[in-house]
Design a protein around this ligand. Structure first.
Ligand SMILES: Cc1cc2nc3c(=O)[nH]c(=O)nc-3n(C[C@H](O)[C@H](O)[C@H](O)COP(=O)(O)OP(=O)(O)OC[C@H]3O[C@@H](n4cnc5c(N)ncnc54)[C@H](O)[C@@H]3O)c2cc1C
Length: 317
C-alpha cells in the first residue's frame, strides 16, 4: 500500500508538493477551497486578454541556477520560459537583519536571471495539475487527529497532512493540542501587506513593449503583459490609487495612453522575514502534520519551490 498524503491548498506550494510526493509513489489528494486550483498563480481573462493575479517573472532558471535545479527533474523546464531583460533590482525588498552578502544571495537570481513564461501563471498551473487528484470547492474548516473536514462536511484521512495555508490559519483549524510556546512564536509573526494591481489596457503601440520590470522610486512596479496584448500592470504594496499610479507611470513612459483600467488587491507575500529567526520549519510538533508554502522561508515562485522541496524531504526522512 502506498503511503497517503492530504495537501491543503492547491496553490504553487501545494501543487509542487503534490508532484514531488506522487513521483515518489505517494497517494496524494489535494483539497482546494476555490473552484479552480492555482492560488495566487491563477490568471483571468479581461476583454479576452490574459491578466495575472500574482505572477510576472521568476529568477534562477538559467542552467545550474537554483530554480532550474528544482524545476528540471519535475519536467517544468519544458514549459515555454523565455529570458527577459534584467530587472532594475528589487528595491521593495526590506531585510533589516540581512548582511549585504545575504541580500545579494537572495536578489541575485532575480536581478541577474529574469525569466517570463508564455501564457503566464496558468501555464505553470495547468502543467502542475496534470495527474493530481484535486478536490476543488473543498474549504478545510477542521484538522483533527490525522483527519481533515471541509465546509461541505466531507472528511479525509491520510498518513500525513501538508498544509500550504499560512501557519496561523493552519493552527486555528487544528483541534489537537500543541505546545503553547510553538503557537506563541507563530502568533508573533508579522503578515506582509497586500499587493494592489492596476491592469491597464493601452492604446496600441503608444509606448514600446519591454520584457523586464521597471521600478519607480522603490514603490511602483511596471510590468508589460505579453507582446501584442497592449496590457500594462502597475503594482504597489498596500493601498494604491489607480489614477495616481497611472500619472506616475507616465513620468517614466511618456506617450502612455490608458484606454481603460481595472484594479485588483491580492494577498501579499506571506510573513515578513526580518531575519533567519523568522524561518518556519516544515515539521510541526505533530508527527503527521507538515507545513509548506510562501510563509515558511522566502516567498515567490523560487522561495515557495524551495519550501516545497524542504517539506517533502522532511516528510520522507
Ligand atoms: C500581486 C502578486 C504578484 C506576484 N508576482 C510574483 C512574481 O512575479 N514572481 C514570483 O516569483 N512571485 C510572485 N508573487 C508571489 C507568488 O505568486 C507566491 O509567493 C506564490 O504563488 C505563493 O504560493 P502558495 O502556494 O504559498 O500560496 P497561495 O497561492 O496563496 O495558495 C494557497 C491556496 O490555498 C487555498 N486555500 C486557502 N484557504 C483554504 C482552506 N481553508 N481550505 C482549502 N484551501 C484553502 C487558496 O485558495 C490557494 O489556492 C506574486 C504575488 C502577488 C500577490
Amino acid at each position: 500500500m502506498p503511503k497517503s498524503a492530504l495537501i491543503i491548498g492547491a496553490g504553487l506550494g501545494g501543487l509542487l508538493c503534490g508532484r514531488l510526493l506522487s513521483r515518489k509513489g505517494w497517494d496524494v489528494t489535494l483539497l482546494e477551497a476555490d473552484e479552480k486550483p492555482g492560488g495566487v498563480l491563477k490568471s483571468f481573462l479581461w476583454e479576452g486578454i490574459p491578466c495575472e493575479c500574482g505572477f510576472h517573472s521568476v529568477g534562477g532558471l538559467g542552467p545550474g541556477e537554483a530554480l532550474e535545479k528544482i524545476f528540471r527533474p519535475l519536467g517544468l523546464m519544458e514549459l515555454p520560459w523565455y529570458k527577459a531583460d534584467a530587472d532594475e533590482g528589487f528595491p521593495f525588498l526590506r531585510l533589516n537583519a540581512a548582511t549585504e552578502e545575504e541580500i545579494r544571495h537572495i536578489t541575485g537570481p532575480y536581478t541577474q536571471s529574469t525569466w517570463r513564461l508564455k501564457g503566464g501563471g496558468s501555464t505553470l498551473v495547468e502543467e502542475l495539475t496534470k495527474g493530481l487528484k484535486i478536490n476543488t470547492g473543498n474549504k478545510v474548516v477542521k484538522i483533527e487527529n490525522q483527519s481533515v473536514t471541509c465546509q461541505n462536511e466531507r472528511s479525509f484521512k491520510a498518513d500525513v497532512t501538508v498544509s500550504s495555508l499560512s501557519p496561523d490559519l493552519t493552527f486555528s483549524l487544528l483541534q489537537d493540542h500543541v505546545r503553547p510556546a510553538y503557537l506563541k512564536r507563530l502568533a508573533r509573526m508579522e503578515k506582509g501587506p497586500s499587493i494592489f494591481t492596476v491592469h491597464c489596457l493601452l492604446e496600441p503601440d503608444c509606448v514600446p513593449w519591454q520584457s523586464g520590470d521597471i521600478f519607480l522610486d522603490g514603490q511602483l512596479m511596471l510590468h508589460f503583459g505579453e507582446p501584442g496584448t497592449h496590457l500594462l500592470e502597475l503594482l504597489c504594496f498596500g493601498r494604491g490609487r489607480a489614477e495616481e499610479m497611472i500619472a506616475r507611470a507616465k513620468t517614466r513612459l511618456p506617450g502612455l495612453v490608458v484606454r481603460k483600467y481595472h484594479t485588483l488587491t491580492s494577498a501579499g507575500y506571506g510573513y515578513i522575514k526580518h531575519s533567519r529567526a523568522d524561518y518556519i520549519a516544515p515539521a510541526t510538533p505533530l508527527p503527521w502534520l507538515f507545513l509548506t508554502g510562501q510563509n515558511l522561508g522566502l516567498h515567490g515562485i523560487l522561495g515557495t519551490a524551495v519550501s516545497a522541496l524542504n517539506t517533502c524531504k522532511c516528510i520522507e526522512s
